[in-house]
Design a protein around this ligand. Structure first.
Ligand code: NAD
Length: 498
């Protein structure tokens, strides 16, 4: 590690010490120190730097007691906030974006420090989150209070939108600030008040949001932030006053959340797992296809819901493609997220590394052909090698299950019909990439591939105006775009004489 890495880490550490409120929940516009209440026990919770595998801080997580206080605050704030003008809501959304821009370097540093992702990827995350707040600030101002649906035979039908109410927002650790923005921005734009629970794994960047809300003087109680784990998530999603649950995370927890939210018939959005395909056709440019394959699986060390973790390559070009893919993969610089040269950083945690190791062991037991990688690195931090298995049968656990790490499985196909069949051979259907020189044929293929988002000859860019979400077990509902706003609104129709 060179000195500049040390320096960047030191700056992030200083930010943590000076700016992040540990041992506290942000409720009703204030930081409330977390202490054991009569009914709850509070244990210390460790936060890690995955680059070094070291504890960087210990903090306390909130409990059901704080959930109840936060719900009270959100309920108290709701009548006024839900009636604010759209221009007022847009003002606050833009103010969040402005303040995030002011704090850009700190947010990036904390993200690398606590999540491990390479610094350039962390910069993209913070920029994407800012763009999301601005997008919903604009979108909400475009929405008319009343729109005329029809006017005939002496009657008029009008439509308006009302906020859905009090929302429980629960996010994972893989894109701190981004998954939060995807929920928080449209919820605030719609006029909802919220309880936000960031992942207990990556609290450092997420807790900065409390400071940002205080700095812009967001009305008290509109946003309440609860650092917590499963217990707090369950208390939020089953609380009788919560109207809407929006959850991003694993299918295992998603199923629990759905059951918890069933109590009181809550509205629900679920953004869950994926096992997305990247299809490389015979006419694809091999060099470019390799770049898209590598970007699709090794960005964020494969910890992306839309990671294209199943490669389907036309048999005619398979041999030459695998040769280049192996060489390019082995050229990737694996290192500390604070090192600007790093192209792939560590896994987020010891548990996530163990999960990747589990699948590498299954691959060995299944006798899969390992083109490259297949190892956990013997060094400080939670590092695995970028790994590719070829000729993987569809019955393999590695083919079927989401690994959430830098592990690519691949198979070949002989024509587009087989490619589509293989791409759709999954319980998930979140995203896909197609690489081909024939745009007409690929658009036809895109119609038949089951996925909520398909990239054709493009990296995984997600624009705020594009709805995000999957089919099948990848979830329910859409985030981002107009659909993302609708997720926090209920339409209301009014009929009157014309
Ligand atoms: P996870 O399901 O373990 O945790 C997600 C969140 O749920 C965390 O904040 C966690 O504290 C909370 N939680 C845990 N138990 C809970 C309970 N009983 N009730 C309520 N909340 C509870 O997921 P993770 O490991 O943090 O993230 C990885 C998963 O997220 C992957 O499966 C990935 O595909 C998925 N993901 C999906 C998308 C998408 O847009 N579809 C985006 C990012 C991540």
């Amino acid at each position: 590690m060179d000195n500049s890495n040390d320096l960047r880490r030191d700056i992030a550490k200083q930010t943590m010490q000076n700016d992040v409120r540990l041992n506290a929940a942000y409720i009703d516009g204030e930081w409330i120190t977390i202490e054991a209440s009569d009914s709850d026990t509070v244990d210390d919770h460790a936060l890690y730097d995955p680059n070094l595998g070291e504890v960087i801080a210990t903090t306390r997580l909130s409990t059901k007691f704080h959930v109840d206080r936060a719900v009270d605050a959100a309920a108290k704030a709701y009548p006024a906030w839900s009636q604010t003008s759209v221009s007022t809501r847009a003002h606050y959304l833009n103010a969040i974006a402005d303040e995030m821009e002011q704090q850009f370097d700190k947010l990036v540093g904390l993200s690398v420090f606590n999540n491990g992702k390479p610094i350039e990827e962390a910069k993209i995350d913070v920029s994407d989150a800012i763009a999301c707040y601005r997008y919903y600030a604009n979108l909400i101002t475009e929405q008319e209070t009343w729109s005329e649906v029809s006017s005939e035979s002496g009657i008029r039908l009008l439509k308006t939108y009302a906020p859905v109410g009090l929302c429980a927002l629960i996010v994972p650790w893989n894109f701190p600030m981004v998954t939060t923005a995807w929920k928080l921005a449209p919820a605030l734009a719609a006029g909802c008040t919220v309880l936000l629970k960031p992942s207990e794994v990556t609290l450092l960047p997420e807790l900065m949001l409390g400071n940002i809300l205080s700095a812009i003087q967001m009305p008290k109680g509109v946003v309440n932030i609860l650092p917590g784990g499963a217990e707090v998530g369950a208390a939020m999603t089953s609380h009788p006053w919560i109207d809407k649950v929006s959850f991003t995370g694993s299918n295992l927890v998603g199923e629990k959340v759905m059951i918890q939210a069933a109590k009181g018939i809550k509205d629900i959005s679920l953004e869950l797992g994926g096992k997305s395909a990247i299809v490389v056709c015979a006419d694809a440019d091999i060099e470019y296809a390799c770049d898209l394959i590598i970007g699709g699986i090794f960005t964020n060390a494969g910890q992306i819901c839309s990671a294209t973790s199943r490669l389907l390559v036309h048999q005619e070009i398979a041999q030459s493609l695998f040769k280049r893919l192996k060489a390019k993969t082995e050229d990737l610089y694996i290192g500390d997220g604070f090192d600007t040269a790093t192209q792939m950083g560590p896994l987020v945690s010891k548990q996530q590394l163990a999960e990747v190791k589990k699948y590498m062991d299954i691959a060995t037991a299944e006798n899969l052909d390992c083109l490259t990688g297949g190892e956990i690195l013997k060094r400080q931090g939670y590092f695995a090698t970028p790994t590719i298995y070829t000729d993987v049968p569809v019955s393999s656990q590695l083919w079927m299950e989401e690994i959430f790490g830098p592990v690519l499985v691949s198979a070949t196909f002989s024509d587009n019909v087989e490619a589509i069949r293989l791409a759709n051979d999954s319980k998930y259907a979140l995203a896909a990439t197609i690489v081909s020189a024939d745009e007409t044929a690929v658009l036809e293929m895109a119609l038949q591939i089951e996925a909520g988002h398909i990239w054709i000859n493009e990296q995984q860019i997600v624009l705020p105006e594009a709805g995000w979400g999957g089919f099948k077990q990848s979830g329910i509902g859409r985030e981002l775009g107009r659909d993302g706003l609708s997720a926090y609104q209920k339409s209301k129709h009014v009929l009157l004489p014309s």
